[in-house]
Design a binder for this molecule. Structure first.
Ligand code: FPP
Length: 268
């Protein structure tokens, strides 16, 4: 995978923490962590316990991702549509995000992980915002591994917000509508400046994208795994990477030698 030299050099300098040349070296993997509720139901437990077990799966998966050499992991923690869930469940999910950042931040900081929240910040409680922003500031100098949590995130909402922000710049006389192209537009998304995901995984057996990374998923490989998120771990991630590596990514182009018929046509 070709990357600008500067980025590669920066990563090499962090290598003392862990070997970055794993089988998934440099990849951006995104995960729709689905199935917490069904996992709990299958055990006769309240949904809240499914979400709590989901946090443990997240910890295992972050560790496993770094071991595989994955450079960036984006997980879908709470969607703009999840506000429609019962208030108790919404507050459980908010509480889990807060608790995760409070309990894990020292270790994440120590291990060279940079954390970032993507999505709409408006609408989040000030105490959550404060914890999240403190975690982002404390880990801003880390480069070994990037953990992005999509929280209060919706792909459509993110595109609308980006369009509004660009329109505002045009209105303020700071940009022209004709300046806009794909690369300028994506700079306005909350996921900027991260590269697009190479692989998007959805657990639980559902095969939908559910408003996740709509712009960014343009050329991502999709892998659907029939395992509830609380049971997920490094071995499942390894299997998803193996599936990803068996795919041929063409980005709309054609690869390989031209077929014999094409050579005949070209020769006239
Ligand atoms: C989908 O399962 C999962 C979610 C809506 C939330 C994911 C949250 C966690 C893994 C825990 C907390 C996250 C962070 C970032 C610390 P579902 O409830 O829709 O499951 P179901 O489809 O089986 O009902």
């Amino acid at each position: 995978m070709s990357r600008p030299m500067g980025v590669y050099e920066e990563r090499r300098s962090d290598r003392s923490l862990r070997d970055l040349e794993g089988p998934a070296s440099g990849l951006h993997v995104a995960i729709i962590m689905d199935g917490n509720g069904r996992w709990a139901k299958a055990r006769g437990l309240p949904r809240a316990l499914g979400h709590r077990a989901g946090v443990a799966a997240l910890r295992r998966t972050v560790e496993g991702a770094a071991d595989l050499g994955i450079e960036r992991l984006t997980v879908f923690g709470f969607s703009t549509e999840n506000w429609r869930r019962p208030p108790r469940e919404v507050s459980e999910l908010m509480g889990l995000l807060k608790a995760y950042f409070q309990s894990d931040i020292d270790r994440l900081e120590r291990e060279g992980v940079r954390v970032r929240i993507v999505g709409r910040r408006t609408g989040l409680d000030p105490d959550i915002l404060e914890i999240v922003e403190r975690a982002e500031a404390r880990t801003a100098g880390n480069h070994r591994f990037h953990l992005q949590v999509a929280f209060n995130y919706g792909g459509q909402a993110d595109i609308v917000d980006a369009a509004r922000a660009f329109a505002q710049r045009v209105q303020d006389g700071l940009a022209r509508a004709s300046d806009l192209d794909e690369s300028l537009f994506e700079a306005y998304l909350s996921t900027a400046p991260a590269p697009a995901p190479d692989l998007i995984i959805r657990t639980s057996g559902e095969q939908r994208i559910s408003n996740f990374l709509l712009w960014e998923c343009a050329y991502a490989e999709l892998v659907f795994q029939p395992v509830y998120w609380p049971d997920y771990g490094p071995d499942h991630l390894k299997a998803a990477i193996a599936e990803f590596q068996s795919r041929e990514r063409r980005y709309g182009a054609v690869t390989g030698e031209p077929a014999a018929e094409d050579n005949i046509l070209a020769a006239g």
